[in-house]
Design a protein around this ligand. Structure first.
Ligand code: ATP
Ligand code: MG
Length: 404
């Protein structure tokens, strides 16, 4: 098969392929970018595989960066764009289910494609757009099939993350995991315990953000992969309940965790525990706790001015996305209009600050000043006082008299 309209991302990189070939080595586009081109999807990064060893690549190009020479990867800088060129390699003898003990550079494309995880990820494309398809990846692409390259059990023993990747790509592309591959995942799902949470996390979120998250989730449950994910082992019923929702699309990682928190009926510390066990950042944890509270408020019709002000529209919209999935969502536009009506969006927009209070209202720095600022802020937000410097100073003076 020949790709007639090579996307621009590849065209720009063609001189690099040509330069490598001129010197007598082979070079191909490989991996996700080839798969996505054939699917008509946007391309993320253009990966190049070559028979040239890293040292040889470095001799061919003047500007290179050692991004992972020990794995065979060198980045070539070309007019401001970086291209990762990885030497064809095999990964021999895996002992810990996650990392090859030894990476061996080889000169054969076939050997390189053999070590890749899925048939749809094991396609290569040459400089003429010709597809090299040694494992029937094109057929699987056409039929929407996720299939391990070679013997699935062996491949999952080599690297157990591949099981999560299989299910994740199933959701992402709306493809089905082929039966032998499925059975091998089910039989070996426990090997996922060997994999670093951070890596599982990436795949899990991509699964939920996929085109068909319900199908991915179904396979995640049916293969029992969920049992070996942090704090999921006893959440089968809750996770399965997501399959009952009508079709939905999640757009951000924050939405994913807010949905899970809601389905698991978690509050503050439990949300924090769950996300911490998945090694999420503190920012996400804070965000999801806030969004979860907002989901509850939408549900109870208690979304008040203060909630809008304290959380901001982004968190509210995240919460509403989950509320919609659960069947009690509001109209996004209505939420935006309500938010826009707030007289101020943050304390920074107040027309006075602590310094003004000292200079013009005789307030001393300290606890009382904080209390006065809080009170004024609240009154502005509720529309009880106009956000005008003079008016605020007057009110501050009154508050000061009441306090002292
Ligand atoms: P994405 O769009 O998510 O980046 P991708 O297919 O490009 O998808 P990457 O993780 O960027 O995925 O990997 C690039 C390529 O490297 C894959 O297409 C696949 O050929 C190979 N690969 C990645 N991870 C593995 C793995 N764990 N085992 C075997 N091959 C892998
Ligand atoms: Mg990629």
């Amino acid at each position: 098969m020949i790709v007639e309209n090579i996307p621009d991302e590849f065209k720009k990189a063609l001189p690099i392929l040509e330069k490598i070939r001129e010197v007598g080595f082979e070079a191909y586009f490989v991996g996700g970018s080839v798969r996505d081109t054939l699917l008509g999807l946007p391309i993320h990064d253009v990966d190049i595989a070559s028979s040239a060893y890293p040292e040889e690549i470095k001799q061919i190009f003047s500007k290179t960066v050692d991004t992972g020479v020990e794995h065979g990867t060198v980045m070539v800088l070309d007019h401001g764009t970086g291209y990762e060129i990885t030497t064809f390699r095999t990964e021999s003898t895996y002992q810990d289910y996650r990392r090859p003990d030894k990476v061996e550079f080889v000169r054969s494309l076939e050997e390189d494609l053999k070590r890749r995880d899925l048939t749809i990820n094991a396609l290569a494309m040459d400089d003429k757009g010709k597809i090299i398809d040694l494992f029937d990846g094109l057929k699987d692409l056409k039929n929407g099939i996720i299939r391990a390259v070679g013997n699935p059990e062996e491949r999952f023993h080599e690297d157990a993350l591949r099981m999560m990747r299989a299910v994740r790509f199933g959701s992402q592309l709306d493809f089905k995991v082929e039966l032998d591959t499925f059975n091998a995942i089910k039989k070996n799902s426990h090997l996922l315990e060997k994999i670093a949470i951070e890596r599982i996390h990436v795949e899990w979120v991509k699964l939920l953000l996929g085109k068909n998250p319900k199908q991915g989730l179904q396979e995640f449950l049916d293969t029992e992969l969920y049992k070996y994910c942090p704090l999921f082992a006893d959440k089968y019923a809750e996770l399965k309940s997501i399959l009952e929702f009508s079709d939905f699309k999640l757009n951000t990682e924050e939405e994913c965790w807010t949905l899970l928190s809601d389905v698991f009926k978690l509050k503050d510390t439990d949300i924090s525990n769950l996300l911490r066990s998945w090694k999420s950042s503190n920012n996400i944890i804070k965000y999801v706790i806030a969004a979860s509270l907002c989901v509850q408020k939408i549900k109870d019709s208690k979304l008040d001015i203060e909630t809008y002000y304290q959380n901001g529209i982004e968190i509210i919209l995240t919460a509403n996305q989950i509320a919609k999935i659960r069947g009690f969502g509001m109209d996004d536009n209505e939420l935006k209009i309500n938010y826009d009506k707030l007289p101020i969006k943050s304390r920074k927009e107040m027309k006075i600050n602590g310094k003004d209070l000292v200079q013009e209202a005789g307030v001393k720095p300290g606890k009382i000043m904080g209390e006065i600022l809080n009170k004024l802020e609240k009154e502005i937000v509720f529309g009880n006082i106009i956000n005008d410097k003079e008016i605020l100073i007057e009110n501050a003076k009154k508050l000061l008299e009441e306090k002292v």
